[in-house]
Design a protein around this ligand. Structure first.
Ligand SMILES: Nc1ncnc2c1ncn2[C@@H]1O[C@H](COP(=O)(O)OP(=O)(O)O)[C@@H](O)[C@H]1O
Ligand SMILES: [Mg+2]
Length: 247
């Protein structure tokens, strides 16, 4: 089977909620409409608005409820406070015309030296089974960062070290196990629906230690990763060669 790239976040994420176990790890996600946004803002303290076909952390807007009347909108390097009656208009000013957006429940990511981080787990399917070939943490450059993409200045780091150095009391062995089991479950689920042979998952761990799915990439970037961890990189390359030989 030939690998196919699918860019829509909604298409991939939405399929996971069909799984009883995985649905608990997927933040609530809807197509952006003023109505879905307003409805979700009533129920969640933080919302992420993202281009459905975006990448590298581009175009992402974060809305954080400050109190019953005000919200903070973060976009690129700006943070501005608005009255809740203005929020929809202000969010829309930051959206690019012609692009479809999703609105997603925000995950309160765990931090390391005050910087939020998430994880990249890469699974490949060289033959019959999915294999976890790469895992790394992505630590945001600033405590105020709203994204942890390396393209936006985040640093690639070791998963265990990053969790051990978290500012929150996290049960590291339990979280590591969960990250691995959730990543395999996601790969199996998405692999049963889409012709994927590589999946790069963005997984978050919140301040309580709960594991969350953020997005699945079917064309994960590997630029620079060879230097970060040559052993894992070799494992990735070997699987990649097997996949390329088999099509
Ligand atoms: N629901 C969310 N809660 C918390 N952080 C998020 C959420 N969605 C995205 N982020 C942050 O933004 C980054 C980029 O979002 P992502 O969905 O991976 O889009 P992209 O395709 O641009 O990488 C994530 O790695 C994470 O740091
Ligand atoms: Mg991403």
């Amino acid at each position: 089977m030939k690998h196919k790239f699918i860019s829509s976040k909604m298409k991939k994420g939405n399929y996971l909620i069909n799984d009883r176990v995985l649905s608990k790890h997927v933040p609530e996600t809807k197509w952006y409409y003023d109505s879905t946004f307003n409805n979700m803002l009533e129920r969640h303290s933080v919302l992420y608005i993202k281009p459905d076909k975006g990448s590298s952390g581009n175009g992402i807007i974060r809305v954080k409820k400050l109190n019953t009347s005000e919200s903070l909108i973060s976009f690129k390097a700006t943070n501005q406070k608005y009255n809740n009656t203005q929020v929809v208009t202000e969010v829309k000013k930051r959206m690019r015309g012609g692009k479809r957006y999703i609105v997603q429940q925000g995950v309160s990511l765990a931090t390391n030296r005050n910087k939020p981080f998430d994880f990249r787990y890469v699974l490949q399917k060289p033959s019959k089974k999915w294999v976890l070939t790469w895992k790394s943490a992505k630590v945001a450059p600033r405590s105020s960062s709203i994204v942890t993409n390396v393209a936006q200045g985040a640093r690639d780091a070791n998963v265990e070290k990053t969790l051990n150095g978290a500012d929150q009391a996290i049960n590291v062995p339990a979280v590591l196990k969960k990250l691995t089991s959730v990543s395999y479950k996601i790969a199996n689920k998405l692999g049963s629906r889409f012709p994927f042979r590589i999946i790069g998952l963005d997984l978050g761990v919140d301040k309580e230690g709960k594991v969350w799915f953020i997005e699945a990439n079917s064309k994960p970037s590997f630029s620079g990763l060879r230097k970060v961890d040559p052993v894992q990189y070799r494992r990735y390359l070997n699987a990649k060669r097997q996949i390329e030989a088999d099509r």
